[in-house]
Design a protein around this ligand. Sequence first.
Ligand SMILES: [Zn+2]
Length: 259
Amino acid sequence: MVEIIFIGTGGGRFNLVKQSRRTGGFRIHGKNARIHVDPGPGASLGCRMEKINIQKTEAIIATHAHIDHVCELPVIIEAMAGFSGFFGKRVPKGVLIGSKNVVVGTPEYERPVSKYHLSKPEMVVVPELGKPFKFAQDCAFCAMPANHDEKTAFGFTLVIDGVKIGHITDTDYAGVDWSQYSGCDLLIANVIKPSGKSIPDHLSCTQAIDVFKAAMPKRAIITHIGLELDSIADSEAKKLSQACGIPVIAAHDGLRIEI
Ligand SMILES: [Zn+2]
C-alpha cells in the first residue's frame, strides 16, 4: 500500500501570502521510502498537524526553485539527515532530487539551499528528463517535461511498490506532450485556475481536461489550488471527471489517499 498525504494544497502568489490553503507540498509513503514533494512554507508545521514525523523521510523531490515549492527545503533536509553516531554527529542521509535551479542555481535563480544543507543528503541528483533511476528499493523515479517560467522545472513519474504515480508540477499547457504521463495509477496535477480562466505558466481546469484525456490515468487529483479556484474546487473536479471519464477529485489540506 502506498499512501499520499497532502500537507498543503494551495498555489499561487496570493495564496502563498494569505495561506488560505497551506503550502507544504505532499508526501508519498511507500514500504521503503517516505518522500516529501515540494516543501513550501509551512511544510514542517503541516506535517506536525498531520501527525507525520519528518525525521522519517528518506527522499525529497523539489520540482523547481519557486518559493512556494522550496521555502522549507532546508528544514526537511535537516530532518531527513537526522542525528546518528557519537554525540549526535550528523552523517549524510537520504536523497534530494531537485531541479538544476534548486541544486546548482543560475544567474536568474539564486540557489535556494545552502552548501551546508546540500552536504547533508547522501545523494543529490539533478535528474535528466526521461531517464529513470532507482533511489530506494522498489522505487524508480523518472523526471518528466514541464514548461514553466522556472525553466529547469520538471514533473515526474514514480513507480513505488508496484504503483505508478505521476506528478505534473507548475507548467504551461503548451509545449508538453501530455501523453508522456500515460499509464499512471494516480496523476497529481497542479491546477491553479478554474475553467475559463488562465494564467501563463500554470494550468487551468479547462486545460486540465485535455491533459487528463491525453494521459488517461486511472484516477487524478488536482492540487496547488489558487484563490479563484479555492471555493469551487470540488465542483470543478466533478466537471473534470465528467469531461474526462475518470475519477478526479480536488485535494484539501490533510487529505490522505491510499493506493
Ligand atoms: Zn512555480
